[in-house]
Design a protein around this ligand. Structure first.
Ligand SMILES: Nc1c(N[C@@H]2O[C@H](COP(=O)(O)O)[C@@H](O)[C@H]2O)[nH]c(=O)[nH]c1=O
Length: 204
């Protein structure tokens, strides 16, 4: 069922606000390079590309096009012309899928991403956006951001799981989503990347 998400008001000075990937806490953004994910033996450069590919379980060639982009913004742009072919239940499953994408980013980049998440302490995490008040929050005046901030809230949930030792860093089951297909195959459990220490993507 599609749930309504509450709009919240955040005081900027009290929050970890992230926006551009090169700025403070930019690693929290799905647009951040340096956190590759391997799904069914395929390398994906960013959680953004993975998320966008999940829109199109029945179009493997489009998924291929999206994940072959090293730039996350280009991956998103490649998906845009096909938005009307997005899986029909997307509004019902997108938050579940985003949660899983973030968990995949964490399990496969555990050392660095867990440290970044824990480095946010206890503060609210907010994605600054100029126009998207669903995933992020939009500035209102100089001192506040207003939005559902769903991405920030998912990151806070993940941080809480880490703090309470509830995040299982050795395997990640797929979300409960029908037809969760990637390049024609069901996405199964995923595991830490063997080459997590290979940080070559950090510099792309
Ligand atoms: N950060 C950021 C964006 N926001 C990101 O876009 C994703 C959702 O996109 P959608 O499929 O449109 O709902 C999600 O990862 C959200 O954080 N979009 C941008 O065009 N530029 C950006 O710098």
């Amino acid at each position: 069922m599609k749930r309504k998400v509450g709009i919240r008001t955040y005081l900027r000075e009290e929050c970890i606000v992230f926006h551009k990937t090169k700025e403070s806490f930019g690693a929290l953004s799905n647009m951040s390079s340096g956190f590759p994910i391997t799904i069914n033996n395929r390398h994906i450069s960013t959680s953004e590309a993975l998320y966008q590919a999940c829109r199109f379980p029945f179009n493997p060639s489009l998924q291929e096009l999206i994940i072959s982009q090293t730039s996350p913004m280009t991956a998103k742009m490649r998906s845009k012309p096909y938005r009307n072919e997005t899986r029909a239940d997307w509004p019902m499953v997108r938050v579940r899928i985003m949660r899983w994408c973030l968990q995949a980013k964490l399990i496969q980049n555990f050392a660095i991403f867990s440290e970044i998440l824990q480095g946010t302490g206890e503060k609210p995490i907010v994605e600054y956006s100029s126009k998207d008040n669903f995933w992020g929050a939009i500035p209102q005046g100089d001192s506040t951001l207003v939005g559902a901030n769903v991405l920030g809230r998912l990151l806070m949930d993940l941080r809480l799981q880490l703090q309470q030792n509830l995040f299982s860093a050795d395997h990640l089951p797929p979300p409960e989503v029908d037809n969760f297909l990637f390049l024609n195959s069901p996405i199964k459990e995923i595991y830490p990347r063997i080459s997590e220490n290979d940080s070559s993507d950090l510099f792309t």
